[in-house]
Design a protein around this ligand. Structure first.
Ligand code: ZN
Length: 569
């Protein structure tokens, strides 16, 4: 198992699941019986090695299956894994409990830091055997939502299309096409409203019950614990959202007005905002081989670490980028722990999303690469507001090289990237505020929830004119956002990471050396300290603190004003 193994030479072997399960159970027993701190830690590492091997095989199987879903061997193995995995879910929580209750817990903290125990502690808050049935019901409901949304069949322009198939029409430069496509797409969702209301209603009930069984007034503390948030709470979130209303909403509104002027539309409707430029979106000027070569040059110039990282990705064939028959949809980054290798999967399709893969997903992969030698996997386990700093900040650190990818479209790309980052923040805050209200009012009716969201929407996105579409007017737009059904309270994490990424953007323009050194630390220290501590430790401002956002937005506005407007149209 050389650390230089190429992807195609990595060996997949189906784990002996029963044997592995017994061995891991054995580790738990040994941990309980440990006679010293050293012994406890030694068994923790032994258990970690077993679970790393399981994860490596699972990832290899998943990657090879998604690259070619027609491959019979990996399709069968993929099924076997899906069947076998759930019972291994118990080991993390059990091992955490044993460490916390061990007389040697302080030895673990002394070696790996207090934060590891804090992470174990928060994990413990999310589970008691009494909620097993509720968790199963929650799972059933979330898959029902996914199935329903995936079943969309919209007859449009002579073909049956799913929801994502409607996107190109909704971004059409022809206003009537945009309007008709939006009405068709939202019309299908509106027709499912009874089902969508019912699924969410049941989810709120079951989650409220889980919250109460775990000893809380409602579900909110459980949701925060599930997200692994050890050092910020609901009050922090409220203060943060208030800053967005105060400092981001006015700027976002100004940018929407600029968009209306650019498009020459006086009565902007909700379906007009998906068209950013009358000349079309910025697109990369080349295909995979060209884009990867530009990225190689870019990462070599950016820093020795990124150069080494990206050359490793190329030399060991750790990327599968272009769409081909049989390949699964979407994009992701994963990690083969036993081979200390990240892997990037994507479907290049000629849009600016191709470049995002080489910056955003590569940012995640770079972090995995920097942490590849971590002694205990749990140390490198971190929350998603931290994870998305790695990727979103990389999108900005790579700005100076974007000419290589976008050529004459580069200024449009810059403008669009910064503007969408700003405009995303109010939306992210709005769905967080709705969820807080929902779980604080578990008995509210679906109609009351929608009415509440419409009020919230008007505070964060007052520009939206729904043109009389009843479903949207009543405040039901959030039902299209899968996170509200599947990953409650997740959304704020994206906005927090974006707030940090935007700080890196302006810092990088003033002092590249310092900003980059800080970014490397954010990658290396991720998982060792919680979010707020990490942010302060690397010299960023804490987004929760009043005044932080107001101190960032003027530089963004100035940057946008300084762009050559002649190409932004
Ligand atoms: Zn990401």
């Amino acid at each position: 198992m050389s650390i230089n193994t190429k992807f195609e030479d990595m060996v997949y072997q189906r784990p002996d699941f029963d044997g592995l399960y017994a061995a891991m159970k054995g580790c738990l027993q040994e941990m309980e019986g440990a006679q010293s701190g050293d012994e406890l830690i030694a068994v923790m590492l032994k258990l970690d090695k077993l679970s790393r091997n399981l994860r490596t095989m699972r990832s290899l199987c998943h990657v090879r299956y998604t690259i070619n879903t027609k491959d019979e061997f990996y399709a069968a193995e993929h099924d076997v894994f899906n069947q076998a995995l759930p019972r291994f879910g118990e080991f993390g929580a059990e091992a955490a409990r044993i460490v916390l209750e061990s007389p040697y817990r302080q030895d673990v903290a002394a070696k790996y830091g207090e934060h590891l125990l804090e992470k174990y502690e928060i994990q413990r808050k999310t589970f008691k055997p009494e909620i097993i049935n509720d968790l199963q019901e929650e799972n059933r409901l979330t898959s029902e939502y996914q199935k329903l949304m995936a079943s969309a069949e919209i007859d449009f322009e002579g073909e049956k299309r799913n929801l994502s198939g409607m996107t190109p029409f909704m971004q059409s430069t022809d206003r009537d096409m945009r309007r008709r496509a939006s009405l068709a797409s939202w019309g299908w969702i509106a027709a499912q409203q009874d089902k969508l209301d019912d699924i969410y209603n049941q989810l709120v009930q079951v989650r409220h019950r889980i919250g109460q069984k775990l000893g809380y007034d409602n579900f909110i503390p459980v949701a925060y614990a599930r997200m692994g948030r050890t050092d910020w709470n609901q009050q922090d979130a409220q203060a943060y959202r208030a800053q967005i209303v105060e400092s981001v909403v006015p700027l976002a509104q100004k940018l929407y007005k600029e968009q209306a002027a650019r498009l020459g539309i006086e009565d902007m409707k909700f379906y007009d905002y998906s068209l950013t430029f009358t000349t079309g979106n910025p697109t990369p000027k080349g295909e995979e081989a060209y884009l990867v070569e530009q990225a190689r040059i870019m990462y070599e110039e950016l820093s020795p670490q990124t150069g080494e990282f990206f050359n490793t990705m190329i030399d060991r064939n750790l990327m599968d980028l272009t769409t081909k028959p049989g390949k699964a949809n979407g994009g992701y980054m994963t990690f083969f722990s036993d081979y200390k290798a990240p892997f990037i999967f994507s479907n290049f399709n000629g849009t600016s999303g191709d470049v995002d893969v080489l910056t955003h997903e590569a940012g995640h992969a770079f972090n995995g690469y920097l942490q590849r030698d971590v002694e205990l996997s749990d140390l490198a386990d971190f929350t998603s507001e931290v994870a998305e700093i790695h990727s979103m900040a990389m999108e900005f650190f790579t700005h100076p090289w974007m000419k290589r990818f976008f050529k004459e479209d580069t200024t449009k790309y810059y403008y669009d990237h910064v503007v969408s980052a700003i405009q995303f923040l109010p939306y992210g805050a709005s769905v967080d505020e709705l969820q807080e209200w929902v779980y604080e009012h578990p008995d509210a009716t679906p109609a009351e929830r929608h009415a509440q969201y419409r009020l919230i929407e008007k505070k964060y996105m007052p520009h939206l004119d729904y043109d009389g579409v009843a479903y949207l007017e009543q405040g039901a737009r959030w039902q299209k956002q899968l996170h509200l059904y599947l990953y409650p309270f997740y959304y704020l994490d994206y906005t927090l990471a974006q707030m940090c990424a935007l700080q890196y953007f302006t810092w990088d323009m003033q002092d590249h050396e310092a900003a980059w050194a800080s970014y490397l630390n954010v990658c290396k220290r991720a998982g060792r300290v919680p979010f707020k501590k990490l942010v302060l430790e690397v010299g960023l401002k804490n987004p929760f603190e009043h005044g932080t956002i107001a101190s960032i937005t003027p530089a963004l506005e100035k940057y946008l004003d300084g762009l050559d407007k002649s190409t932004i149209k």
